[in-house]
Design a protein around this ligand. Structure first.
Ligand code: ZN
Length: 477
């Protein structure tokens, strides 16, 4: 689903990357007679300058049905490698006349591609699966693409060297794909502008638990294997999908405001390592008051024994490495509104995810009687002008800067400074309206600034200039 992408691109046509998202697809159409289809190849990327190969042009995925079969590694000293085979059934609509289109698929081998009911020829190289549909697809035409694929799973890393994607563990796999790791486990249009719904059937050795997004439909065991079925009906960005496998116990309950919670706790975790999850229900109520109703069908946490070195706001089922500490539990929960429901239109806009999530944990911790948001803001502002917090354009941190200190801390400080400038009422109206207006899709920094100005009635150009468009430490705003 990508309506928001076109909406943003049209409304703020001056934004370079948004223009590129559309321009890159249009450029490849071949000449033809007026009114006749102009078949061409969909672009191999979605047009995001930070991850140019990520995502694809010419298609809008509506639904991914992922049928996975996974065998975790044998006990050490066997290599830390698993075996994954999958059938992805992808419902998509062509957004231009296509004689060829791509999906992202990395490190796994496609063995068959069916479009509609017919087998198609395809090629695979450099993380791109190239499909030539016959008959060709007309713009607006919907079809089902079924891809059988598989291979050996390893421990992929992102451009910074951090583990991500399908990370093989001794007892299963940690599956966390921000920003562009989804293609390490399924064929995907891997960009947040193309949200889709998902369903999962994950078959693992009996005794293992496979945990995905949304609601647990059920599990069935036969011949020493268990198939776990999950349904995720809320539109979701590809990096937020998970199919984590391990030795988990599931804990199911309902939050005070009625959200079904499913936690998956690695059986080796101590009570102390997961104690903060008991705050989840209160935190949901706290954020619902400020950001509006919880946006999805369910929530919950996965706490694994292995670590990728960070937590991830996997949609409806946040992932925690080893331990779920209170501020991180608040941070990942707040991301469900800020990042998951409203997602970045380009990776350059990541401060809208991380600034909001970080600020959310500040206000939660204040509520709990820890230091105030004002005190945490002051701590950031006490950093000397030469500190790394003040060397980055927050609204364009570069692909290696998307998880850096400026994005998190200065992003949160920006929101606190904005709150002081426009007042609590306008600030929390803005938070709610941001989620209401852009929820289910994506938005840009320019969208945020425009909404802040609309709701506050103030001209905030200078404010955002010093906070998110200029590197130096703000002194007046
Ligand atoms: Zn975060």
């Amino acid at each position: 689903m990508s309506r928001r992408m076109y909406r943003s691109a049209l409304v703020i046509g001056g934004i370079v990357a948004a223009t590129a998202l559309v321009g890159s697809t249009a450029a490849s159409a071949a000449p033809g007679r007026p009114g006749e289809p102009r078949y061409g190849a969909g672009a191999e990327g979605a047009g995001d300058p930070y991850f140019p190969a990520s995502g694809n042009g010419g298609i809008d995925v509506l639904h991914y049905d992922l049928d996975l079969d996974y065998t975790p590694p044998a006990a050490a000293p066997a290599p830390l490698e698993g075996q994954l085979s999958g059938v992805a059934t992808i419902e998509l609509t062509a957004t231009q006349d296509l004689d060829q289109f791509n999906l992202d698929l990395r490190g796994l081998t496609a063995t068959s591609v069916v479009v509609g009911k017919k087998s198609m020829s395809f090629t695979q190289s450099d993380g791109e699966l190239v499909i030539t549909p016959r008959p060709k697809l007309k713009a607006g035409e919907s079809t089902t693409v079924t891809i059988a694929y598989g291979g050996t799973t390893t421990r992929p890393t992102d451009i910074e060297g951090a583990l991500y994607g399908w990370v093989t563990t001794r007892d299963g796999a940690m599956v966390v794909s921000e920003p562009d790791g989804a293609s390490t486990w399924y064929p995907v249009n891997d960009h947040p502008t193309d949200k889709a719904t998902y369903s999962f059937e994950i078959t693992v050795p009996e005794g293992k638990t496979a945990v995905a997004n949304g609601l647990l439909v059920g599990s069935e065991t036969a011949d020493g294997k268990t198939t776990w079925t999950w349904d995720a009906p809320d539109p979701m960005a590809s990096y937020l999908a998970t199919a984590t496998v391990g030795n988990f116990r599931l804990e199911q309950y309902t939050s005070a405001s009625g959200v079904p919670i499913i936690d998956a706790i690695d059986i080796t975790r101590s009570a102390g390592q997961v104690a903060s999850l008991a705050l989840t229900s209160d935190m949901i109520s706290f954020f619902e008051e400020r950001y509006g109703d919880y946006p999805f069908v369910s929530y919950g946490a996965i706490v694994d024994n292995d670590s990728v070195g960070y937590a991830l706001e996997t949609q409806t089922r946040s992932f925690f490495s080893s331990t779920a500490g209170e501020s991180t539990v608040a941070h990942e929960l707040a991301h469900q509104w800020m990042g998951d429901h409203v997602s970045p239109a380009r990776w350059a806009d990541i401060w809208l995810n991380e600034g909001w999530a970080t600020y959310s944990s500040w206000i939660w911790l204040e509520e709990r009687g820890s230091s105030t948001a004002q005190a945490r803001f002051q701590t950031v502002m006490n950093r000397a002008p030469g500190h790394a917090t003040w060397n980055t354009v927050v609204a364009d941190p570069g692909p290696l800067g998307i998880f850096g200190t400026p994005v998190y801390d200065r992003g949160a400080a920006t929101l606190h400074a904005l709150r002081v400038k426009i007042g609590d009422d306008a600030f929390f109206d803005l938070a709610k309206e941001w989620v209401a207006r852009f929820g289910g899709g994506t938005a840009t920094t320019a969208d945020f600034i425009a909404l802040a100005e609309e709701i506050s009635g103030q001209d905030l150009a200078d404010f955002f200039d010093v906070w998110v468009y200029q590197p130096p430490k703000p002194t007046v705003w």
